[in-house]
Ligand binder design. Sequence first.
Ligand code: MRU
Length: 347
Amino acid sequence: MRTLTWDQEKQELRMIDQRQLPARLEIISCRSYQDVAEAIQNMTIRGAPAIGVAAAFGVVLAACKSKKTNLQDLQEEIQQAATIIISSRPTAVNLSWAVQRIMKIARQPFVMKQDLINSLVTEAQKMANEDIDTNKRIAEHGAGLIQDGDTIIHHCNTGALATVDWGTALGVIRLAHLQGKHLHVLVDETRPRFQGSRLTAWELEQYGISYEIICDNAAGYFLHTRQAQKVFFGADRVAANGDVANKVGSYMLALAAHANNIPVYSVFPTSTVDLNLENGDLIPIEERDSNEVLDIKAHDQPVAPIGAKARNPAFDITPNYLITGLVTEKGLVSPPFQQNLSRVIHE
Ligand code: MRU
């Protein structure tokens, strides 16, 4: 089952509501570009590649649902929708990458409105299919990094749910498992939204991969006692020098791994690389609602005093020196990333 599918007949984008997992597998329908922007913002759908493809279908919806008959007016309206969709989350560059790609089609000269819509649908479907192919190629490049018997610490959710299907870092782990390697995954629960314990654990159950959930702050213990041999996580944006923005906590995990000489791999499609940014300090970090920290529905009691303030950066930057390798669909990129990453992108 794909994380998102386009229903051509009903002209709606259907997606798994990731806020409900693992309690319920619910599908919601987005019938307008505003629905898509909201679903990205409220994390009905999340994960850099998945929100990129969802955003592309958001542009499709803007065109399908527009009342404009004049093509120039229609193209202007689509452009406005694109700007709104891009602003729904700031860190993952896949979002603007995908919107820019589909907007190249939207700006082409068309004679009939329906031709424009058809071309947009074709492009968005192509992006969805490419995402799965790319992930499978990433997995082929990454699976060799995993040895039989490895225990891997994985942060956040980088699986099928974070993409259209298959996944990035978790896709590498899936392939290594299918190759017959015996693995164990220590799943960082990933505070504050628990993408690890809710989503990654849910996926690992289905793949039959052995796992245990750990508190994020237990990772150092498992690394120091050599109960884990590798660290794998994804990326939301990678700067030209190989600095990686990923789910908050990735940096602390990489620091602890580096201090214990344990390799750290960040796994992502090349659409996650932003060569316009020299280093990770230039990557915008989303700061989300502090209630995500303060209000945990699963607890009967609040976990903080009423009225307490909180900070909630949703991502952090792992500097390149903490990273052993970057795994992309074009292959494994090793340091020095400053030279090697842009070479791989331009190949
Ligand atoms: O806030 P989220 O859940 O969208 O954050 C997701 C991550 O940080 C993932 O690690 C990243 O998007 C890569 S997913 C293949």
